[in-house]
Design a protein around this ligand. Structure first.
Ligand code: ARG
Length: 459
């Protein structure tokens, strides 16, 4: 039976009922719904609004219901939503005390609370998954501080870096994602409960009490805002979108790196798939799916922003549409982070291949120009001389390492035997020891700082 049958002469149309119902997707809020009800009932008793006996009945009833609701059959119950389902079950179990639970409360502040509690928990789980990913990146980085590879701009070989430095760039992105989630959680620290339908209540409730009991810092300051605020849903989904964007960029590189053209890495068999027709294939489907699922999380964000854009104060049923989008984003980002981390942690790094491929492509040309500049040639002239040198090498099938000193001197008399040392890729990398640079010692500092960060957030 509907909660609101008193006002109505006729039962709801069947199709309308299905259209209206949110139970199939908000059933996942049942733990939070019960948690909120326990806090609300405790406060009602403390304020003398319900009796201690009612409170005890409510608490023991709710704890039984919590067990029962583990059974997935309840998702197809005929109740309109999780709130009416729990209330209906409770009333059936304990009678009038169950009916008193809804005193000074509306489903509008109830749903706002349930969703906030749920997303706070999910946000923390995403944060933990990010932390594991950063730890996996740090581990790989530590094993590769001397793995020379080419860095790219425009996907053209540019300057020598190390694999450690390259992957640590992603660790920095995911570190920012962690702090972004932290900021978002911080803004989720006010409790909507007690806002009622929109205008609070005439019952002498204590909103500070329930806020504290539920782990919030304070109650929300405006009852109309409290029931209609979904900023945190949007903000969190935008954090998720940025995480997916980072995962997608990383995935794109992994897809490239395990192609026959690069062969920088090899994915573990457990995280790859084969082809139904081409026996030789080993495909990076996980990385491709991460890249693809990014679009769906962006879609969730767009859906949420669009749902909220024209809604007048206070609660409107449009807001029920927030759940499927944000839950989809939560599930997608959690799955993606978890599988990606395992895929990354098990991949094999082909150090030799990276080093070999770094040797062609003139990635030490800047160092060659810097060599001249350090010997007093104005950089622009040095740049030009080396440009001509590169052109000459390409035309003659050589690289900077294989040119003779006579050939060098033909482009600038300043070149001497020590040029070969100056353009060795290991020297080029390790000379870039400025803070944030790719030299082994600079990356060691970067890694150390990252480990400190991980230690500080785990502790
Ligand atoms: N299922 C609803 C939602 O998700 C709960 C709130 C219903 N409130 C109402 N006044 N109909 O938004």
């Amino acid at each position: 039976m509907k909660l609101w049958t008193g006002r109505f002469k006729k039962a709801i149309d069947k199709k309308t009922d299905d259209y209206n119902s949110s139970l199939p997707f908000d059933i996942r809020l049942y733990n939070e719904d019960i948690e909120g009800s326990v806090a609300h009932a405790g406060m009602l008793a403390k304020q003398g609004i319900i009796s201690e006996k009612d409170l005890n009945d409510i608490i023991s009833g709710l704890s039984k219901i919590k067990e029962e609701l583990k059974d997935p059959k309840y998702a197809s119950d005929e109740a309109e939503d999780v709130h009416s389902l729990v209330e209906g079950m409770l009333t059936e179990m304990i009678g009038d005390a169950g009916k008193r639970l809804h005193t000074a409360r509306s489903r509008n502040d109830q749903v706002a609370l349930d969703l906030k509690l749920n997303l706070r928990k999910e946000a923390n789980e995403v944060r933990d998954l990010l932390t594991s990913l950063v730890a996996a990146i740090v581990k790989t980085a530590k094993e590769n501080t001397d793995t020379v590879m080419s860095g790219y701009t425009h996907l053209q070989k540019a300057q020598p870096v190390t694999f450690a430095h390259h992957v640590m760039a992603y660790a920095q992105m995911f570190k920012r994602d962690i702090t972004r989630i932290d900021d978002c959680i911080e803004r989720m620290s006010e409790c909507p409960l007690g806002a009622g339908a929109l205008a609070s209540t005439t019952h002498p409730i204590d909103r500070f009490e329930t806020a504290k009991a539920l782990g919030f810092k304070a109650p929300m300051a405006n009852s109309m805002d409290a029931v209609s605020d979904r900023d945190y849903v949007i903000e969190l989904t935008s954090c998720f979108s940025i995480i997916m964007m980072h995962l997608s960029r990383f995935s794109e590189e992994i897809i490239l790196w395990c192609s026959g053209e690069f062969r920088y890495i090899e994915l573990d068999d457990g995280f790859s798939t084969g082809s139904s027709i081409m026996p030789q294939k080993k495909n990076p489907d996980i990385a491709e799916l991460c890249r693809g699922k990014t679009g769906r999380v962006y879609g969730d964000l767009m859906a949420l922003l669009t749902v909220m854009k024209g809604i007048p104060l206070a609660y409107n049923k449009d807001m029920q549409e927030d759940k499927e989008s944000v839950f989809d984003a939560v599930d997608t980002v959690k799955m993606s982070l978890s599988v990606f981390t395992d895929m990354f942690a098990t991949m094999k790094v082909n150090k030799e291949e990276m080093r070999k491929k770094a040797a062609d492509g003139f990635i030490n040309a800047t160092d060659c120009a810097d060599y001249l500049a350090k010997k007093g040639v104005p950089f622009r002239d040095a740049y030009r001389a080396v440009g001509e040198l590169v052109r000459y090498s390409i035309d003659n099938g050589k690289n900077l390492e294989s040119l003779t000193i006579e050939e060098y001197k033909g482009f600038s008399p300043v070149f001497e035997e020590d040029i070969y040392d100056a353009i060795s890729l290991e020297r080029c990398v390790n000379g870039r020891r400025v803070y944030g640079g790719p030299a082994g010692e600079a990356v060691a500092i970067q890694i150390e700082e990252m480990e400190k960060f991980l230690g500080s957030i785990n502790g």
